[in-house]
Design a protein around this ligand. Structure first.
Ligand SMILES: Cc1ncc(COP(=O)(O)O)c(C=O)c1O
Length: 430
């Protein structure tokens, strides 16, 4: 028998249950309409994409003069820790995102999740070091920090266009308490969990603040491809001072089963002897003790996908982009139908109107928690996620609605069920 108290403190933190919770809640209530997990829609998965991607990558290796034995070794053998498709990812960033970095600045990782873990491990060295996150935040970063005993402090991101000022205030507060803010994490496009997107002037303001305050920014943006109109530039594309460590994920732009992501860390690291290296090389050392290398098969399939689409994943995802935009429109319309402006009978119901991504925030006039979620699943057959499961101190009355995994008809029916749940909790006012 092992006393739970004797295990690492993170194992008693409910934050570490939230990912499993999202996966399990869908399995536990298979008949419920699920607005809980931010999974991609399964209707666009095609086995031929895996075969075609692999074939394209193998052809690419052959064209570059590799012998059949070398090609076999690349797939079957342990691979380079930093990755084998770094040049293809660098080209993708250049062609599609206007991010210009050498392949040496890229580390291919097991999902964005590993990239976050490596970044947090490398940057946090002193007990006074703290990580700031735009809150409510994606649990992957706060969970990784928790595992590594790195303290996290929220920077409230309530108004999508007001982040630089709260960041400055949070840094001042931390510094006054004798702490060292090493980095600030955010998802600037269609954030998980809120759906917020940072407008262009605020992106510049944030980079100016990071430069003045001498902070690194960790930018994670897996949903940016799914923008209804024109995409804003990434912070990394606007970054002139190598302030931004960019975390990439192919979970949504390819498929999550590949577990493929990357870090772009072009910051220069200098040792006492004056030797210089890129931060990416330091992250690679850590990776060698975490996952050794990223599976070659996943790299080959995603590398092939990049090659087949001229390095532009927006084109490869055209149908999915239309699907998510359609779902967003459908969900906003369903909410507006059930909760018309000025309706006196449902006090306190409001939501934001993201311009893309997988999520939106619905606020209701009463606290939403795991118990209400259970009732919602069992009695109303609709599931969602309390915002507090992402940020324990956050808004108790807010829930995250994910509209990515469902069909348009399920959205209509799911919102109708949600409206019935809300009516049962907030009886009509006289
Ligand atoms: C903001 C954010 N970052 C990263 C990830 C995970 O990326 P990956 O599956 O590549 O680890 C997710 C997945 O839900 C996410 O929402």
């Amino acid at each position: 028998m092992i006393e739970k108290e004797s295990l690492h403190a993170s194992l008693r933190d409910p934050l570490l249950d939230s990912m499993n919770f999202l996966n399990q809640v869908v399995l536990r209530y298979p008949d419920a309409i699920s607005f809980a997990p931010g999974r991609p829609f399964e209707g666009f998965f095609g086995l031929e994409d895996i075969q075609d991607g692999l074939r394209a990558y193998l052809d690419h290796l052959a064209e570059r003069g590799r012998t059949p034995e070398q090609v076999a070794a690349e797939l079957f053998q342990y691979g380079p820790t930093a990755g084998s498709i770094n040049d293809l990812v660098a080209r993708h960033l250049e062609v599609e995102e206007d991010i210009h970095v050498p392949a040496e600045a890229v580390v291919i990782t097991v999902g964005a999740q590993e990239a976050m873990l490596l970044a947090v491990r490398a940057l946090f060295a002193d007990p006074r070091d703290v990580l700031l996150v735009a809150a409510p935040s994606y649990v992957g970063i706060t969970g990784a920090a928790r595992l590594l005993d790195v303290p996290v402090h929220p920077v409230p991101w309530d108004d999508p266009n007001d982040l630089a000022a709260p960041l400055r205030a949070a840094v001042a507060e931390q510094r006054a308490a004798g702490r060292r803010v090493r980095a600030f994490y955010l998802v600037p496009d269609h954030a998980n969990p809120t759906g917020h997107t940072l407008a262009l002037p605020e992106r510049h303001a944030l980079l100016d603040a990071a430069a003045e305050l001498d902070l690194l920014v960790i930018e994670d943006s897996p949903y940016r491809l799914f923008t209804a109109g024109r995409r804003l530039p990434t912070l990394k594309a606007l970054d002139r001072g190598r302030r931004v460590l960019y975390v990439g994920s192919f979970a949504k732009s390819a498929f999550p089963g590949a577990r493929l992501g990357y870090a772009v860390a072009d910051q220069v690291v200098r040792d006492r002897a004056g030797q210089e290296n890129l931060l990416a090389a330091e992250l690679t050392k850590i990776k060698s003790m975490v996952t050794v290398n990223t599976p070659s098969l996943s790299q080959a399939v995603v590398g092939g996908l990049l090659l087949r689409n001229g390095f532009r994943l927006a084109e490869a995802n055209e149908r999915a982009i239309r699907h998510y935009a359609g779902n967003l429109e459908r969900m906003l319309a369903a909410l507006a139908r059930h909760f018309p402006p000025g309706s006196r009978d449902r006090p306190g119901v409001s939501w934001n109107e993201p311009d893309g991504g997988f999520f939106l925030t619905l606020r209701v006039g009463f606290p939403v928690d795991a118990e209400l979620l259970r009732r919602s699943a069992e009695e109303f057959e609709v599931i969602w996620t309390p915002m507090r499961s992402f940020e324990p101190g956050g808004d108790p009355c807010a829930m995250r609605l994910a509209y990515s995994y469902v069909t348009p008809d399920e959205i209509d029916e799911g919102v109708a069920r949600l409206a019935r749940l809300i009516a049962s909790e907030a009886p009509e006012a006289d």
